[in-house]
Write a protein that binds this ligand. Structure first.
Ligand code: ATR
Length: 276
């Protein structure tokens, strides 16, 4: 059987095997997909061994996305700019190719699943780590009116902005700079929620037209989603749809078949007991 896996550390809570099993069932593709916890200092060896022993494709998750990028012979345009890879495959010459489907996943969830508009809108990205870097090329390609990247460590936001050459207004900010401003779309890309924290964003940045999106998900509302609802946001979304959409794009790159994500998102929500 064609072999696929997700490599991460930790990885045991990954939903990817569950999602890809549903995609395979739905599209009649015969494959296996497992989650493998890789020791932190053995990533390269395990990837090379996976492919040399006949593996077909890998997803890469925390904390290996930058290492995966460094290991690739070829990068897709989005992966090249993101500096991070979440999907690996071999091309017809046997070279290791890296793509990043996180940004496409985020954009598909916002624009197709929720009929949101990004074109021309003011976007606030919260955080300047790997998660934000991974989605920034796709967001810029969607032609928003502006993107502000706010981060606790402002120098990291400045550094990220300086690496992108774009016609779109792209600016770094500190949390204190947000006073008196509102945004059309606010995306939380920090890891604060994993510790039950909220990034220190003022409530005044949310208007009744603002869409709020948390790139993470959990059982029920995330901390950021709950905050967005309290602020009266037009929408308060979590990252379940993004997770399934990025997986669908990886599946398409590997198999050339596009699964229907709608029933898989619904089933995953049921598993998680969350509602939108
Ligand atoms: P990831 O790959 O998940 O993006 P990361 O590269 O470690 O992980 O980045 C984590 C992001 O969450 C950073 O933007 C971090 O802010 P700093 O760069 O200032 O550290 C942000 N973050 C984590 N905990 C936070 C908190 N409690 N409040 C605000 N920002 C937080």
């Amino acid at each position: 059987m064609d072999r696929y896996a997700v490599f991460g550390n930790p990885v045991k809570h990954s939903r990817s095997p569950w999602i890809h099993a549903r995609f395979a069932q739905q599209t009649g593709q015969i494959l296996t997909y497992t989650a493998e916890e890789i020791p932190l200092d053995q990533f390269d060896t395990h990837v090379l061994e996976f492919f040399s022993s006949g593996g077909f494709g890998l997803n890469i998750t925390v904390p290996f996305k930058e290492k995966a990028w460094a290991l690739c012979d070829v990068h897709s345009a989005f992966a090249a700019k993101a500096g991070a890879v979440n999907t690996l495959l071999r091309n017809s010459d046997g070279r290791l190719c890296g793509d990043n489907t996180d940004g496409i996943g985020l954009l598909r969830d916002i624009t197709r699943n929720h009929q949101g508009v990004v074109v021309g809108k003011s976007v606030l990205l919260i955080g300047a780590g790997g998660a934000v870097r991974g989605v920034l090329p796709s967001l810029l390609a969607e032609s928003p009116g502006s993107i502000t990247i706010v981060n606790r460590t402002v120098a990291r936001a400045q550094d990220l902005v300086s690496q992108f050459d774009t016609q779109i207004e792209l600016k770094p900010a500190g949390y204190d700079d947000l006073a008196g401003r509102t945004f059309d779309l606010i995306i939380n890309g920090t890891s604060a929620g994993l510790q039950g924290d909220l990034p220190p964003v003022p409530r005044s940045i949310v208007s009744t037209d603002t869409w709020c999106y948390d790139m993470v998900y959990g059982r029920g509302d995330t901390v950021f989603q709950a905050w967005a609802r309290q602020c009266g946001a037009a929408k308060a979304l979590d990252g379940v749809g993004m997770l399934v959409e990025q997986a669908a794009q990886s599946f398409f790159l590997w198999r050339g078949v596009r699964p229907d994500t709608v029933p898989v998102i619904a089933a995953l929500r049921q598993e998680l007991g969350s509602q939108i």
